[in-house]
Write a protein that binds this ligand. Sequence first.
Ligand code: MD3
Ligand code: FE
Length: 207
Amino acid sequence: MKDLFPGVVEVCPGMVLLNDFADTAELATELERVLAAAPLRQMQTSRGFPMSVRTSNCGQLGWISDRQGYRYTAIDPVTGKPWPAMPSMFQTLAEQAALAAGFDHFKPDACLINYYLPGTQMGAHQDRDEMDFTAPIVSVSMGIDARFFVIGPERQGPSTAVDLRDGDVLVFGGPARRFYHGVRRLKASEHPRHGAVRWNLTFRKAR
Ligand code: MD3
Ligand code: FE
């Protein structure tokens, strides 16, 4: 790990942590509006069991999982309508975070919303349903702390842990864009504003 600037840490090449970068109180207001139009749901996987993380999306495209597999769609299969627009505050935050990490002109077309209750985890995986791997992914954490881990280009091997707190933003580009990663089982705790839950927003360029 290397400190680039105060609060800006290079975890590994292409992976930059911006400590306390986002104002999550502002984000929560917009998030509420988005979720009123596209409610959280527990998606199925091709193997037939549900994901433990609850999800929704905003933006032109949304990431979904069902018995057919994973993909991005323009229509929310639950409402039959387009995903709600990405709030301009979300767009600005994602673009500013990418810039702070050294990626110019990041214009995400998809924002995946993950909702974690204590006991929820996300197993090691790669994000590879997007067309353009030169664009970074920007991840914003809200609510209670989580232990994130990153392995490398192969699923097997030692992992590096990063504790993510409310307001922390992680940017993945360059070689780290293809790294396996996940989230350890969430420990119960309480955040003064967001309660006993965790939210993660990931901004992506899907097409
Ligand atoms: C590294 N979400 O939605 S965010 C995901 O906290 C996901 O909800 C986790 O992994 C969460 O796919 C981790 C950090 C993250 C997001 C996307 C990445 C790390 C990444 C894409 C490529 C490499
Ligand atoms: Fe991921």
